[in-house]
Write a protein that binds this ligand. Structure first.
Ligand SMILES: C[S@@+](CC[C@H](N)C(=O)[O-])C[C@H]1O[C@@H](n2cnc3c(N)ncnc32)[C@H](O)[C@@H]1O
Length: 257
């Protein structure tokens, strides 16, 4: 088995959909946002799509892992910043934290400090967006397997597994694995390619923290862009499945200096 595939590339193909998220963010902002901040950006896939889809747009993408950040090197109008997200002060119109990365902040103190920092970075009318998952299914161990055809005859089996759950501490351990098949034959496996130990914040906890951090208006929406929080509420009450919720807040006031 040769090393022909790359786990970050497989992650982008199987986990992310920046072509859906970018128009969703622009709609949610309701104005004409030009500057995106992507915090906890990984390979900065969202930032790259943000600038690709509008020639006037620019982005600041922040991650403390230099290796993963280097994969976005050379993207025009994307400033790559190798730092802790709390050390970056560059202003932006939209600040996005994707794929449950808000769970990297383990305590409420850390969450509040980060959200105050995020609020200070936003221009007037600016929008902060993060996602989380909720519902009874969010607190179960188990997995989801999906297949993605990435080229003719090439299939990637993507497995997302919630391996550990501590309901009292609201902490989870998630593992992402990939198996690549060419013409039905397994050619490469990436078991536990990514492991994440997260604090699983509820949508309500995140909204309360956004309010406390100074965001003047907050709401939730379906992560794929269905517009109203009622959609999330309806899904959550319809069954015990896991619901992905996007939580957002606006900075309406005049920018502090
Ligand atoms: C789940 S990945 C998310 C990648 C990407 N945002 C996405 O949508 O798929 C979380 C990323 O956050 C980065 N990270 C974790 N804590 C950080 C911090 N305090 N400051 C900057 N980056 C951080 C990790 O290096 C990792 O690349």
């Amino acid at each position: 088995m040769g090393a022909r595939y790359d786990k970050h590339d497989l992650y982008e193909r199987c986990v992310q959909a920046p072509e859906l998220v970018v128009p969703f963010l622009r709609r949610l902002h309701r104005g004409a946002p030009l500057v995106l901040g992507e915090d906890f950006c990984g390979t900065a896939a969202l930032a790259r799509e943000w600038v690709r889809s509008d020639p006037r747009a620019s982005a600041i993408a922040v991650d403390h892992d230099a290796g993963v950040l280097a994969r976005a090197a050379g993207a025009e109008r994307v400033e790559l910043v190798h730092a802790d997200v709390r050390a970056v002060h560059a202003p932006c119109d939209v600040l996005f934290v994707g794929n449950f990365s808000i769970g990297e902040l383990a305590t409420r103190e850390e969450l509040l400090a980060y959200l105050r920092h995020a609020h200070a970075r936003l221009c007037q009318g600016g929008l902060f967006v993060c996602d989380t998952y909720a519902g009874a299914g969010a607190w179960r161990t188990g997995g989801v397997e999906r297949r993605h055809w990435i080229a003719p005859g090439v299939c990637v089996h993507y497995v997302w597994e919630q391996r550990e759950v501590d309901v009292l501490a609201s902490r989870v351990l998630n593992a992402l694995s990939f198996r690549v098949e060419e013409q039905g034959e397994i050619v490469e496996e990436f078991r536990d390619a990514f492991l994440y130990r997260w604090r699983l914040w509820s949508a309500r906890e995140l909204r309360d923290a956004l309010c406390e951090a100074g965001f003047e208006a907050t709401d939730t929406a379906d992560a794929l862009g269905l517009e109203e929080s009622a959609v999330c509420a309806a899904q959550a009450s319809a069954s015990d499945r896991t619901v992905i919720a996007c939580v957002f807040g606006f900075r309406l006031g005049v920018r502090r200096t």
